[in-house]
Structure formats: C-alpha cells, structure tokens
Design a protein around this ligand. Structure first.
Ligand SMILES: Nc1ncnc2c1ncn2[C@@H]1O[C@H](COP(=O)(O)OP(=O)(O)OP(=O)(O)O)[C@@H](O)[C@H]1O
Ligand SMILES: [Mg+2]
Length: 305
C-alpha cells in the first residue's frame, strides 16, 4: 500500500502564498508514488488528521503558526510524524531576537542590533541617538518573526521614523546594523553541508519581489563564487548554527559577506521549496533532484524531536 502523506500548506501567516506554492510543488513531486493530500490547515486540522490518518505530515508552511513551533506541538500531541524541525528548535529559530542571542553567545558573527518596543515612550531624537550609538545609519528595521523580507526596511536618518511607524502593528521590532556587501545563503541537509549560493538582486535589496518575481531578475550564482576557504567557512558557520538550534531535516542560513567576514542574519527551519527557491537549487547542484530532496525530508520525519 502507498504511504499516506499529508502536506500542510497555506496557513495564516503573511507568507501564505509562498507556502501554497511550496505545497503545490511538493504535491506534484509526490503524487505518483504516494497517497498524498494537500491541506490548508484551518480550525478543523485535528479532525482532518484523525480522518485521513497520514503516515507522515510534510510541513510546507512558512512563517508564524507553521514555522514557530505551534503546528509542530499539535503534531507532537497527535503523535503524527512530521518533517523539518521540532517545537523548540522552530520556536527559537523564527525568533530573531532569541536566535541572535544564541549565535552571539557561541561566537557567530552577527550584525549589531537592539530591540525596540512600541509601548515604550520615545522621541525621534532619542531613537536616532540610540541608532547612532548602537548601529549607525543606514539601519535595518525588521519584525522579530516574519519571513520573505516582509516588513524589512533599510532606512536612513531621514526616513527611519516613517518606516518605524509602518511597523507599529508589531509589539516589538529589531533595529539592526546595515551590513553592505554580498548576499550568501547556505543550506544544511541532515546535519551535512549542502552548499552556498550567492544572490545578486537588481532591486535595492533582496526583498519580496526579488525573491519571488522572475521579472525582478535576481541573479542566482551556484556555487557562490567565493574562495575555497571562504566557501567552507560559510557552510561551517551554517552547520554550527543548525546544530546549535538542534534543527532537523533542512535549514537555510542567510548571510551578508563584507570585508572578508560573514555576518549571519538568520536561520530558516522551513525554507521555501518553490520553483525559484534556493534549497532545491543548491540540492540540484549536488545531484539531488527535487523528489529525492523531499524524500530525504520524509525519511527524517519523526516525533519527539
Ligand atoms: N542587517 C542587514 N544588513 C544588510 N541587509 C540586510 C540586513 N538584514 C536584512 N537585510 C536584507 O533583507 C533580506 C531579508 O532579511 P532577513 O533574512 O533578516 O528576513 P526574512 O524576512 O526572515 O527573510 P527570509 O525570506 O529568508 O525568511 C536579507 O536577505 C538582506 O538582503
Ligand atoms: Mg532571510
């Protein structure tokens, strides 16, 4: 009998559309070999799990609810094997404030930053002084737990308060030192280095359009054209971060490379698997086709992680 795979895609986060694309790609890859169903998890998720009784859940969700330990804890409680990282690892990785603390405590270089809480009283002058003291301008404002560059603003002194106000829906945000230089991302699969890719956006930075719109013409260079030593360094840092956060399956770490140093921006436990996504591209370079990549993740699925 064919194994029953339930793909969870869509969800409630701002990356819903990206997750649906990931889910569709995974569905098309698996449908011939497996008894596969695609589900947009809504209020009746537990009922759906009990009805379909999947052997494995493939988690194709991104962002809050799908990537932050929430869905993982439901699957743990229902004792259904699922792909990718577990509850704690997901919770720590999606939270840039917490994961940055862990990275810096373990001597991984990260941009300087501070957390700004909207409920605290502040004046324009006070905010600008703090930026000057800790990060200097230009500065990056970003939500603590979004993805796909949603809410990321590279700001100068003139527009920083305007951009700050655009983020007031979040209770707190990260204010981060802007690191010029190159955009390098490194993937880890099953505790092994998979490789690093360079992204060269035509837009001002690697924003949502540059990530998902083919017409934005972001150049992907695989493998990243670094010296052999630096190529190994970036993949070694990614593996260290993956292990520190006790990730499972696959992870993708995002770096800036400036003056011969790598700065880790974040680690993603649910990296995209759309046709423009980077992990499948890095895997392909290693002769791992899309179906084999998905099957490696299925093989690693478990509970109690
Ligand atoms: N400190 C920084 N210095 C320079 N560029 C930055 C910085 N922080 C973010 N960026 C730019 O914004 C992009 C998105 O930032 P980041 O990876 O932190 O956000 P994200 O929304 O979680 O991304 P993902 O889609 O990988 O989940 C980066 O890839 C980079 O191009
Ligand atoms: Mg990123």
């Amino acid at each position: 009998m064919k194994k029953k795979i339930l793909i969870l895609a869509g969800g409630y986060s701002k990356e819903r559309k990206v997750s649906q694309d990931t889910g569709n790609e995974v569905f098309n890859a698996l449908k011939k070999k497996y008894n596969v169903r695609l589900l947009d998890p809504k209020g009746d998720l537990i009922l759906q799990l009990k009805t379909f009784k999947p052997d494995i859940v493939f988690n194709a969700l991104h962002g809050r609810f799908g990537e932050d330990g929430y869905i993982q804890s439901i699957l743990e409680k229902e004792k259904i094997k699922y792909t990718h990282s577990g509850v704690l690892s997901s919770f720590l990785s999606i939270d840039k404030q917490l994961s940055k603390l862990i990275f810096s405590k373990n001597k991984i270089k990260i941009p300087k930053s501070f957390v700004f809480c909207f409920q605290n009283f502040f004046t324009k002058k006070k905010f600008i002084n703090k930026v000057n003291k800790i990060c200097s301008f230009p500065v990056v404002l970003k939500p603590i737990n979004e993805g796909s560059s949603v809410g990321v603003f590279i700001s100068n002194k003139k527009n920083v308060i305007r951009n700050l106000k655009k983020l007031s829906q979040y209770s707190k945000i990260l204010v981060e030192q802007y690191i010029p230089g190159r955009e390098i991302q490194s993937a880890i699969l099953g505790n092994k280095k998979l490789g690093a890719i360079e992204l060269i956006p035509k837009r001002k930075f690697y924003d949502y359009e540059a990530k998902y719109n083919k017409n934005a013409k972001t150049k992907h260079v695989m493998p990243a054209p670094l010296s052999k030593k630096n190529y190994d360094i970036v993949n070694t840092i990614a593996l260290k971060a993956h292990k520190l956060l006790k990730c499972r399956g696959v992870s993708r770490s995002d770096f800036r490379f400036y003056k011969n140093k790598f700065y880790l921006l974040e680690l993603n436990t649910q990296p995209g698997m759309t046709s423009l996504s980077l992990v499948p591209e890095i895997a392909r370079y290693n002769n791992i086709d899309f179906l084999s990549l998905i099957e490696k993740l299925l093989k690693d699925a478990s509970i109690n992680k």
